[in-house]
Design a protein around this ligand. Sequence first.
Ligand SMILES: Cc1cc2nc3c(=O)[nH]c(=O)nc-3n(C[C@H](O)[C@H](O)[C@H](O)COP(=O)(O)OP(=O)(O)OC[C@H]3O[C@@H](n4cnc5c(N)ncnc54)[C@H](O)[C@@H]3O)c2cc1C
Length: 500
Amino acid sequence: MIIKTDKEEFASFLSDAANFKGDAEAVYFPENEEELKSILKECALKGIKTTIAGNGTGVTGARVPQGGVVISTSKLNRILEINKENKFALVEGGVLLKDFQDAVEAAGLFYPPDPTERNCFVGATIATNASGARTFKYGPTRNYVMGLRVILAGGDALELERGEVLADGYKLELTADSGRKIKINVPRYEMPPTKNTAGYYSKENIDAVDLFIGSEGTLGVIYSAKLRLLKLPAEILSCVQFFNEEDDALSFIEEARLLSYQIAGGNENSLIDARGLEFFDSNSLRFMESTYNNIPKAAKGAVWFEQEYSPENEKIILDKWSALIAKHRGNIENAWIAFNKADYEKFKDFRHSISWQVNEYCTRNGVMKVGTDTAVPHEMFREFYRFCVKLVTEANMNYVAYGHAGNSHIHLNMLPANHESYTKARELYGIICRKAVELGGTVSAEHGIGKLKKGYLLDMYGEENIRQMAKLKYSLDPGGILGPGNIFDEKYINELRKPL
Ligand SMILES: Cc1cc2nc3c(=O)[nH]c(=O)nc-3n(C[C@H](O)[C@H](O)[C@H](O)COP(=O)(O)OP(=O)(O)OC[C@H]3O[C@@H](n4cnc5c(N)ncnc54)[C@H](O)[C@@H]3O)c2cc1C
């Protein structure tokens, strides 16, 4: 096993895509389960803080160590099986999502979870319950996890198959491969009815698999996962439609969402069945103009949508979308429409480009990213969006707003040019998070809490619920060594460790 102890050699493990910085003594690169177990055992015995690293595209500081050691999952990168007949795959945690999706597609199958950044590890997407544009139709990563092999602090393994280990109410008992029994009190709070990855998953009679999804490297290391696959869709209509008024773009999304939900509810008449509905505000379009000079100058908003179809219903589906675009005053003549896979990939790059350019802007200006990850119930979205825009505009803060509007989940990224405006941006960020919670939403719909958003999680759930989360972690990791400082402050674990 490679162990790096020279900081210059492992500098890339000391930050993430949010530009959050940390420090560590060493980085371990286990190549198999036994090596992973032995490091975890040693770290638990010696009480060494252990941060699990995926590929570093996270934007919450979750993989950035604050002392101790890092375990990189990059050498646990085997696709163990793609089972065409029963439509599932077995993969190690360090497989690159992009490689996995390509392999699955080559087998004629489809893995829907698609965070905008595909340069991430499958294990990490499970640890953050990642989602993306296609989550609108297919839901988050959680929906595709059929089983997990998790290595706990101390080195015990848990083999979990969905449907096999369920809590009795909020009491869950797990049995490790060593025979050790672990009793867990599942946290009990109401989660928002939105896309959500803020804090541990809470549910009566929870499936043990769900406990580890979205746990941000704090409960165990996802060594391998069994993932559900679907049939590869025949054809995909992909279109970026521009609107001269932002309100028109938003109304278009609202109606497309409604029609798509009707299909999901069994009404086949609408024919509109979007798999993604992504929004770009006017500032986003101007921000990207230097890279994409074909963005219409008059456009004040855009929507990237996709729909799967079969060759026999291509025309009628195109007609339905054209009519919807016209109804919301979009001009189909200036739309970008993909007629082949290369064009389709270009639109994905277009969506990825805005997130990437924002990260680069922040790095250039020496500040951390200040981008919201809030989602609110659909009926609250307009009110919430207007509130955010008014707030940042009145504060003279440059920003771009874009993202998963189909899920009422927009990333409003502020663009502070220096440390002074960064401080202001963080203040505004806090106000936006509190507003999202007030409207029944979440402070994190897909990126997780990590180290940067703990205060907002505390606002969202209150201290009593944070203590319940700490108790859950304590049952699995009494030394508090795994992912310390992620989701909640270490003080909540330390309180539990105090002698009576
Ligand atoms: C341009 C850009 C766009 C993005 N768009 C999206 C998006 O649309 N949707 C979305 O959900 N996210 C998005 N992200 C965030 C990021 O890509 C995801 O959070 C991704 O899941 C992180 O994967 P990673 O391999 O880089 O993990 P890292 O950042 O290295 O780690 C993330 C977390 O996972 C934990 N972890 C990693 N591997 C394991 C494991 N095997 N077992 C247990 N814990 C583990 C880490 O400890 C950490 O808590 C975006 C990021 C960028 C830079």
